[in-house]
Design a protein around this ligand. Structure first.
Ligand code: AMP
Length: 608
């Protein structure tokens, strides 16, 4: 049976595992460590370094050492997250040819998937050494909150590294797989995952038949350990400026040393309540004398520097429970994942929020890689009874006329899935429609992520609203999206697999959205409305036809005049409701219409 690596490609560390004789096991790297820093460097001699060796030389080669590339993967140059990274990273981030992100190291620029591929290649090599055989297949994990572009880019990284990524799974789901493996339990669990760069929370139901069903998932791809380090760096830089009037941020090497010291202090404060940060000769004052940085940091100060970051995690948990329609006390187990969950203040907040201590039996650094290995083994060995039902973390849909986001697949829908919806043309004689495929949770299309676009041409000429176009969305088990559109009458069809390579700039996206307005489809009102509308219109036409005759007969009496004016008002209200496409309002008039119709019929059919 072919072996499949399970790889947790983390922001800070990467962990690789395999199922050996039915037991999920972490594969140590050459130094014997169970995790490998997700760092890549190019030396002056042009040599490529990956992992611990890259980390060890980071201070002296800060500009050519990449860390936290995961924060950039699959993102567009103009995204706020990239902007933030450009100003804080010690390496150079530049704009790529497709509005994407590149990293400049020495005399070459690399795409982000290329950098991630270097890490994957490294773990592939030491895993092969350990197993004594070549491995070509892997299951790679990503934060549940990764969008389609980020997933695609992660798959690309695997491919560049010579790995066939047979499945992308969500990190919290992987953690649940590792936790539930071989346990035969029925439980609702929460996985709280705070790593170096991202935060994820997932609620899952594990059933004894080996079914792992995700109920809800959410997170923030820009909230993690690096932000905690950032707070300590800010505190140090500010203190130094006050003391010496020198801005340490101007010096990349000083910044790298601060980063290391901040992370080290943060980790130490998980074990002790006070620590010293000591960085001699951090910078020269300009008058040839070197300045030193020395400060005491207490756990209490660290907590107060970071309490809003922890509160953000808790808030996301609260929202996710709401989405899952569950109470806190329905969660039977909480699993902590990610190095940051070692911080006492994080643990305390989790305990306080869920009202129970987190599960002690899982290793936060290894559980995701182990779960990926479990999934990998299940994919190649059909005898393993395991069903994984994951969900899509964001709603998917298209932009319709008026920049509205028309949802086709709601968030937290179990994948794989496919959904269709029928739209109509938004202009008379419209012969083409542009389908803008979007992912996100805002009702305004412009606030969501544009995944791709295509044009369906050759529609028959007809008045607005009369050409029906069926749009179909499909999400496969990797969470990757394909979309197709079809003219229901001619059968003319177009489709795309949404790919990450589009790398559009924000301006391109904006232009595209502006230019697309004329092309867009309109949401077809619900069938319910169409049904009421047809019925109501029939009444209106009939009543109008009878009007002159009825008026002539009854207008001479007060009662008759009153009835006529009532009938007019009913017709008016009905027309208004139809105009507004308001199904409920049309329905409301239906009884009055039917009554009036009956009364009018009675008048005209009576012999006079
Ligand atoms: P991960 O992405 O899961 O590897 O998590 C890495 C993050 O966890 C980094 O930001 C580390 O600084 C942080 N971390 C690791 N160990 C500790 C610790 N003992 N206390 C606090 N944070 C830690």
């Amino acid at each position: 049976m072919e072996r499949v690596l399970g790889i947790d490609l983390g922001t800070t560390n990467t962990c690789v595992a395999i199922v050996e004789d039915g037991v999920p096991t972490v594969i140590p790297n050459r130094g014997g460590y169970k995790t490998t820093p997700s760092m890549v460097a190019i030396t002056e001699a042009g040599k490529r370094l990956v992992g611990h060796i890259a980390k060890r030389q980071a201070i002296t080669n800060a500009e050519n050492t990449v860390y936290a590339a995961k924060r950039l993967i699959g993102r567009k140059w103009t995204s706020p997250q990239v902007k933030n990274a450009v100003s804080t990273a010690s390496y150079k981030i530049v704009e790529g040819p497709h509005g994407d992100v590149r990293i400049a190291l020495r005399d070459k620029t690399y795409s982000v998937p290329e950098i991630s591929a270097m890490i994957l290649q490294e773990v592939k090599i030491f895993a092969e050494d350990y197993l004594n055989e070549p491995v070509t297949k892997a299951v790679v994990t990503v934060p549940a909150y990764f969008n389609d572009n980020q997933r695609q880019a992660t798959k690309d990284a695997g491919q560049i590294a010579g790995l066939d990524v047979i499945r992308i799974i969500n990190e919290p789901t992987a953690a649940a797989l590792a936790y539930g493996f071989g346990k035969n339990i029925d439980k609702v669990i929460a996985v709280f995952d705070l790593g170096g760069g991202t935060f994820d929370i997932s609620i899952l139901e594990i059933s004894s038949g080996g079914v792992f069903k995700v109920i809800a998932t959410a997170g923030d791809t820009f909230l993690g350990g690096e932000d905690f380090d950032g707070r300590i760096i800010d505190w140090l830089v500010e203190g130094f400026r006050e003391q010496h009037g020198v801005d340490l941020r101007q010096d990349r090497m000083a910044l790298q040393r601060l980063k290391d010291a901040a992370e080290k202090a943060k980790c130490e404060l998980s074990g002790v309540t006070e620590t010293e940060i000591n960085l001699p000769f951090i910078i020269s004052s300009g008058r040839n004398d070197a300045l030193h940085l020395q400060r005491q940091l207490t756990r209490q100060t660290l907590n107060s520097l970071c309490d809003d970051l922890i509160e953000r995690c808790v808030e996301i948990c609260r929202q996710t429970l709401e989405d899952a329609r569950l109470d806190k006390d329905e969660i039977e187990e909480v699993i902590l994942v990610g190095g940051m969950t070692r911080m006492p203040a994080v643990q305390d907040s989790v305990t306080k929020f869920f009202g129970r201590d987190a599960c002690k039996g899982v290793h936060p650094d290894e559980v995701v890689g182990l779960g990926a290995a479990v999934q990998g083994a299940a994919l190649v060995d059909e005898s393993r009874e395991m069903i994984l039902l994951d969900v899509t973390p964001h709603a998917l849909g298209i932009m319709t006329f008026g920049s509205k986001f028309e949802e086709l697949i709601p968030k937290n829908t179990t994948v794989p899935t496919s959904r269709s919806k029928i739209f109509t043309t938004s202009r008379d004689n419209q012969t083409a429609v542009k389908i803008l495929v979007m992912q996100g949770d805002s009702e305004k299309a412009t606030e969501n992520e544009l995944l791709g676009e295509f044009i369906l041409t050759g529609l028959r000429r007809a008045p607005k609203g009369q050409v029906e176009i069926e749009v179909n969305f499909e999400i496969n088990s990797d969470g990757i999206v394909s979309v197709s559109a079809k003219d229901l009458e001619t059968g003319q069809a177009q489709s795309i697999q949404v790919t990450a390579s589009s790398g559009l700039t924000k301006d391109e996206v904006k232009n595209m959205m502006d230019n697309a307005k004329d092309f867009l489809v309109e949401a077809r009102a619900s069938d319910e409305f169409e049904g009421f509308k047809q019925e109501a219109e029939k009444f209106v036409v009939d009543i109008e036809k009878m009007f002159p005759q009825v008026e002539a007969v009854v207008a001479s009496s007060d009662f008759g005049r009153e009835a006529i004016s009532k009938a007019r008002s009913i017709l008016e209200k009905t027309r208004e409701a139809i105009e507004k496409r308001d199904a409920a309002a049309v329905k409301e008039q239906m009884e009055a219409l039917s009554r009036t119709h009956r009364m009018f019929k009675g008048v005209v059919s009576r012999p006079h």
